[in-house]
Every structure is written in C-alpha cells, then in structure tokens.
Ligand binder design. Structure first.
Ligand code: HEM
Length: 263
C-alpha cells in the first residue's frame, strides 16, 4: 500500500501498521510493498516534524502558549531577583520541564508515515536526553546548595515530589533506552507483537511522569523563596501556564495507544 502524502486521509490498516512499527530498528513502512518503497516521499526535516506535530489543533497551541508563559514569567522572576547558586535550580528545572513536555507533544499525533514516525522518535530522544541533563544539573545544584548551607534535605512537599519525579524520569529513560538499544525485547518476547506491548507501559509511565513534572513546580510556588520574590500575579501565570500545558497534553493522549480502547 502506498504511503499517503502528508495530510492525506489514511486507511485504518495503514495507521495500524505505522503505529505497530518497531521503534528505530526498521525505517520502512510495514504496510508497503517493494514497488511502493521506490516512490517513498523524502524524509521530513526536524523542523517539519515539530511544526506539524507539536502545534496541531487548539490543544497543541494551548500547550505551547502555556509553556511559553510559564517559562518567560519564571525566568523574569529569576532575572529580577538573582539568588546566586540557587537561581540555577529553578532555571534548569524549568528548561527541563519545557524540554520533556516538547518531547511528549511531538509524539502525540498519529504519524502520517513511517518516516515521520522515525524522525519524531529521533527528535523525542534528543529532547528527553537534553532535558535529563538539565534536570540532573538542577537537582545537583539545589542539593549542593542546601548541603553547603547546612540545611536539611527533602523537608517540603516540593522536595519530596521532586525526588519522585527524578526517580520516575530515570526509570522512564532507562526503560526506553534498554528497549531501543539492546536486544532485550527480542530475547524476552517470542513475537514482535508481544514486544510492542512494552511501549504501552512506556507511554503510561510517561504520563505519570508528566503528572509529577507538573506537580513539582506547582508545589515550588508555595516555597518561601518563591513567595518572597514574586507577586501573586506572577505565581498565577507560572502555575496557570503549566496547568494549561499539562491539561492540553493530556487532552491529546490517544487512549488506543495506551491499550484502553480498540481502534
Ligand atoms: C521538575 C522541576 C523540579 C524538580 C524535579 C525539583 C526538585 C527539587 C528537589 C529534589 C529539591 C530538594 C533538595 C533537597 O532537599 O536537598 C528542591 C528544592 C527546592 N526547589 Fe525545586 N524542583 C523543580 C522545580 C523548581 C522550581 C520551578 C522552583 C522555583 C520556582 C523550585 C524551587 C525550589 C526551592 C525554593 C527549593 C528549596 C526548598 C525546598 O526544599 O522545598 N524548584 N527542588
């Protein structure tokens, strides 16, 4: 079956086949024939995939606007109230939250072709690994900053939620990397279909991680430092922006990909 051009209506079979393509191992569309492969559309660029996937529909735009508002207002607060080493904690964590969310938004719409899906997955990894570096850096800064000031660790809800977030992110990234880069999935699962079921769990735990990734900065808004250095309007814009982005991302979830509903 030929790969329809971007934007063209696709058959249910084609969507099923694209959705079930193993991640990164196979660049071909599972539903195509040898003849079809000779007339493949050119590989989409990263900009094309991001522009086409991350901004689709009102929910895509709502998520983007919410993220921009939350990040810009928070960075303005940090700029106006410099706090030495501490500043790097919220600065890095907000970049990490932005990156992780962009990496999720990018994958949510059904890919128009196997090439688009493959490109989307490559960009997803770039976003998630870069955000991992930022979040580990941000966590190291606050732990070190507390240690040099002799302050107790993990005493607030924000700190506890932050620790859970870090644990979930590590689990999520290790699980994803093991499945993609090692032969484990074919070693443990007899059929490829059974192996593909694993991705359902990566998606589910991904959305649990997203919940904590939103909750943690929201809890930070109640901390003494934030309350003493920002206005209620600024806190409202940061919290509101983050909340809108998370709700919009959840509204874009395709329940069929999580195995809750049959296509
Ligand atoms: C996903 C994002 C974030 C994560 C994972 C995170 C994680 C953490 C962790 C683990 C701690 C405790 C360190 C310790 O007790 O040794 C902490 C403390 C802190 N964080 Fe964050 N953080 C995030 C975002 C933010 C943001 C956006 C702000 C400010 C707007 C912020 C402000 C603070 C403050 C003031 C503390 C010290 C007070 C306390 O322990 O609650 N954090 N954070």
């Amino acid at each position: 079956m030929p790969v329809p051009p971007a934007g063209a209506t696709q058959t249910a079979n084609h969507i099923d086949a694209v959705e079930d393509t193993p991640l990164l191992h196979d660049s071909r569309d599972p539903a195509e024939t040898d003849t079809d492969r000779m007339v493949q559309p050119p590989n989409p660029s990263a900009v094309e995939v991001i522009a086409g996937n991350s901004f689709t529909g009102p929910t895509g735009w709502a998520a983007q606007v919410g993220l921009v508002v939350a990040t810009v207002v928070l960075w303005r607060v940090l700029w106006v109230h410099p706090a030495g080493l501490f500043t790097y904690h919220p600065a890095l964590q907000s970049l990490a939250a932005l990156g992780f969310l962009e990496g999720i938004l990018l994958l949510q719409p059904q890919p128009a072709s196997a090439q688009r899906k493959r490109k989307g997955l490559q960009i997803h990894q770039v976003f998630q690994y870069a955000s991992l570096v930022a979040i580990v850096g941000g966590a190291a800064v606050i732990i070190y900053n507390k240690a040099i000031h002799g302050a107790k660790h993990f005493t607030s809800w924000h700190a506890i939620s932050g620790l859970i977030t870090l644990g979930l992110i590590f689990t999520q990234i290790i699980f994803g990397a093991v499945i993609v880069y090692t032969p484990l999935q074919t070693t443990f699962f007899k059929s490829e279909t059974a192996a593909k079921q694993l991705w359902k769990y990566h998606r589910m735990s991904g959305y649990l991680t997203l919940t904590f990734l939103t909750l943690t900065p929201l809890l930070a808004l109640a901390s003494d430092w934030v309350r003493n250095n920002s206005t209620a309007v600024e806190r409202g814009l940061i919290g509101g922006g983050l909340g809108v982005a998370a709700v919009a991302a959840f509204a874009r979830v395709q329940t069929s990909k999580l195995g809750f509903k049959r296509r």
